[in-house]
Ligand binder design. Sequence first.
Ligand code: NAD
Length: 263
Amino acid sequence: MGKLDGKKAFITGAAMGLGEGIATAYAAHGAELCLADINPRVDEVAERLRSEYGARIVTAHMDVSAPGSCASAAQAAIGGLGRIDILCAIAGVCKLCDFLSMSDEDRDFHIDVNIKGVWNTVKSILPDMLKNGKGSIVVMSSVTGDIVADPGETAYALSKAALVGFTKALAVEYADRNIRCNAMQLGYARTPMAEAIAKQSNPSDPEAALAEMAKAIPMGRLAKPVEVGELAAFLGGDESSYITGSQFVIDGGSTLPESVMGV
Ligand SMILES: NC(=O)c1ccc[n+]([C@@H]2O[C@H](COP(=O)([O-])OP(=O)(O)OC[C@H]3O[C@@H](n4cnc5c(N)ncnc54)[C@H](O)[C@@H]3O)[C@@H](O)[C@H]2O)c1
């Protein structure tokens, strides 16, 4: 008996990285899934999870920054699964650039995908949850913006901090209708995004940059995507039935040190 048996979940950003890790944890816990992404690789992830876990999975090719695309994906998901109990809004982007050099287009790219993308996705799925009288929404924020930041992250940080405000406001507005909404605040996980950041900071030796990131984390390593998937499974499922509007830091202790001494 899986803890997500009978649950139907819609996961954006599922073609790779954290979305794929979350989809893997959800399939392992028995959920039926709609895996959504702009990248058609999402079909390969679905095929792997069907064969590894016998999971019932539909896919949707969609762009979270486009409201019409989100609406079509939601329709396909509800058509394919019958209803949606859990929404994991994971798709996101990150481009590092110092503030004065960052173009307005790159700033807007973060706003369009990271902020409006979550907005659009929730707007497309929430009506079905309200119809069913229940729902759990898991938003992918970050420790970046709300708690910490590094140089080059102004656009990314503003977009991820905005999601904390969004989570709290949505949670309080819909609490009396049995809809919960919580935010995950991750430090670093090894994903294509983290690998791209490492490549940008040390083009000739990205593995050295990843090792440096790990060294600054008290647990000495980046998260595995499936570890974030376990938090998402807790927040999406009934074990967290009295939790809403909360922020969950999952960072191997990276935001703990008061100084760099001893790290
Ligand atoms: N990796 C980390 O260390 C880390 C830390 C904190 C927060 N996050 C957040 O977690 C989420 C996933 O990050 P990741 O590291 O897996 O990134 P990733 O780049 O490895 O994967 C992101 C996924 O989102 C999809 N995507 C991007 N734009 C999209 C769009 N417009 N419409 C639909 N899908 C789109 C991509 O195709 C990809 O499959 C992001 O929101 C990111 O900001 C990541």
